[in-house]
Design a protein around this ligand. Structure first.
Ligand SMILES: Nc1nc2c(ncn2[C@@H]2O[C@H](COP(=O)(O)OP(=O)(O)OP(=O)(O)O)[C@@H](O)[C@H]2O)c(=O)[nH]1
Ligand SMILES: [Mg+2]
Length: 502
């Protein structure tokens, strides 16, 4: 959508408004607001019609972004194109000038609050959720109003709200406190706000918290090392090696990393430990930097998820499917782990929760047949992306690798270039085993990406450094918990900063 960024730029006055509605004066009526209203699907629970036809002159909610300050005696109140699903609060109708006399007070208040708020999603959400405790009609009305205030197409608002409401149902969440961060995350995704500063700082906090155990191991020790040395000498390097090995960077990667750090320190011409953290952060950033990849694929994009048992493949598919779904893609999930009946059921539950399509055959069916038929279905029914789950355990490692190769072959035969992404999931808590798993899977099925899960539960986050150094395979995401939103795109710069505690 991208309009959020545009609005922010407009707000800050760095860009001329491209479209009339954003600069409409309070009294004028942008045409498309009426069109928007007329496109609205009706609200099933609404007491009245979904559109507010009785207010043809109503100021559309985008007045929130008007650049001119509004005189207090003539507040610009945004009238959403939807009629409220719930009756207006009775107390909210003081005498007003004719133009806004019949606007619900909460809309007037919210408009003014949003207009004077800092243009950041978290701050706006604070106002939207003011006095809302539960997921009820009031919340939906306020959210709908918020979307219209941002000039978002009403059908997108309805779709967002519909999806979010069914997700809350499936998760059995009721109170705002339980789903607030999920709501913010979804809004950021839906509004393409992940890169916005506000969302980034929230994610950084989450990353930093998720890595707290690893930080305990690495940051604290390195801080201790720095404070106990007045100069970077041999003893310093020896102690650093020990710290890195203890943090599960592994012996060989530690040696390589220390050599690279020695070189960087030498080039800097300073042996002052005070500078060391900056140099180490830069070195880690370099290690995490991967060459850009061509992302364009012939749809449907086929993603094959591999990894040993219990690492989090199925959960990660659900998280990825969820992201894709929120981004408006049509998602199909295929149960390629036919080894355990429970695996098929588990995946089906996730697919239902996420709202994705699901394809499975009976337990013990040939996984390659599942993959073949799923990709056939995905092509036929116009899916954008297909995720294929696989078994993590078979009788032998040889069987497992042969099975994965067979799946890859049939996918490629059925659909050009498939699998477009073969992703290895590894469990960060297994430490050094992650390295041998990466090696074996990479040999058997040429990995495109790695996702490291369970970083929240381990002090062994140093494994991320080892994996990045040893294989040069991009780490695309990291798992920081069991919730849907706990899968974060891996950002090397942020990770290096979070790891080193600054
Ligand atoms: N704390 C935490 N737990 C996670 C994360 N990712 C997955 N898990 C948990 O790890 C356990 C195993 O996850 P699954 O997705 O079933 O793993 P799998 O690789 O599909 O396992 P198999 O199907 O047996 O091969 C589940 O309890 C997940 O909730 C994560 O990032 N953090
Ligand atoms: Mg599984």
């Amino acid at each position: 959508m991208g309009f959020f960024s545009k609005i922010k730029r407009l707000w800050s006055g760095t860009e001329e408004p491209a479209e009339a509605p954003l600069t409409e004066t309070p009294a004028s009526k942008p045409e498309h607001a009426a069109e928007q209203g007329s496109e609205l699907p009706s609200e099933p629970d609404a007491a009245g019609p979904a559109v507010a036809p009785e207010e043809p002159e109503a100021e559309p909610a985008q007045s929130v972004q008007a650049e001119q300050p509004v005189p207090p005696e003539q507040p610009v109140h945004a009238e959403p194109v939807h009629a409220p699903a719930t009756p207006e609060p009775a107390a909210a109708q003081p005498a007003r000038p004719a133009a806004d006399a019949d606007k619900p007070q909460w809309q007037r208040d919210l408009t003014l609050a949003l207009r004077s708020a800092e243009p950041r999603l978290s701050v706006w959400l604070e106002h939207v959720l003011k006095d809302v405790q539960k997921a009820d009609d009031t919340l939906w009305e306020r959210l709908r109003f918020f979307f219209s205030a941002l000039d978002a197409p009403a059908d997108e608002a309805d779709k967002f709200i519909g999806n979010f409401a069914s997700w809350l149902d499936s998760m059995e969440y009721e109170y705002v406190n339980d789903f607030r961060s999920e709501l913010q995350y979804r809004l950021a995704l839906a509004l393409e706000l992940e890169d916005e500063e506000d969302e980034r700082s929230r994610l950084f906090l989450k990353l930093s918290e998720g890595l707290s155990k690893t930080k305990e191991q690495i940051t604290k020790q390195i801080d201790g090392l720095l404070s106990s040395h007045s100069t970077i000498n041999e003893k310093f390097w020896e102690e650093l090696e020990e710290i890195l090995i203890m943090a599960d960077v592994g012996f060989e990667p530690t040696m390589k990393l220390v050599n690279r750090l020695r070189e960087r320190v030498r080039k800097s011409g300073s042996d002052d430990p005070e500078q060391f953290k900056t140099l180490m952060r830069e070195e880690l950033e370099d290690i995490f930097k991967m060459p850009p990849r061509i992302k364009a694929v012939n749809l449907p994009e086929v993603v094959l998820m591999v990894g040993v048992n219990g690492v989090g493949k199925t959960t990660t598919i659900a998280k990825l499917a969820y992201r894709a779904q929120v981004q408006g893609k049509k998602v199909l999930i295929a149960a390629g782990d036919t080894f355990r009946a429970a695996a098929i059921e588990q995946l089906q539950v996730w697919a239902t929760r996420v709202g994705a399509g699901f394809y499975a055959k009976a337990p013990n069916s040939d996984p390659a047949a599942v993959a073949y038929e799923a990709v056939e279905l995905a092509v036929k029914e116009g899916y954008d992306i297909l995720f294929v789950d696989t078994a993590g355990r078979l009788q032998t490692k040889v069987d497992l690798m042969a099975e994965l190769q067979k799946i890859r072959n049939v996918l490629g035969k059925k659909h050009e270039g498939a699998p477009h992404r073969t992703i290895l999931t590894i469990d960060a808590t297994t430490g050094q085993n992650a390295l041998s798993q990466t090696k074996i899977f990479n040999e058997a099925c040429k990995l495109d990406e790695i996702i490291l899960t369970k970083l929240d539960g381990t002090a062994k986050g140093g494994i991320v450094v080892a994996v990045a150094m040893e294989f040069g395979i991009p780490i695309s995401y990291i798992g920081l918990g069991e919730k849907m939103e706990d899968l974060r795109p891996f950002n090397g710069t942020d990770f290096a900063s979070a790891l080193l505690g600054s």
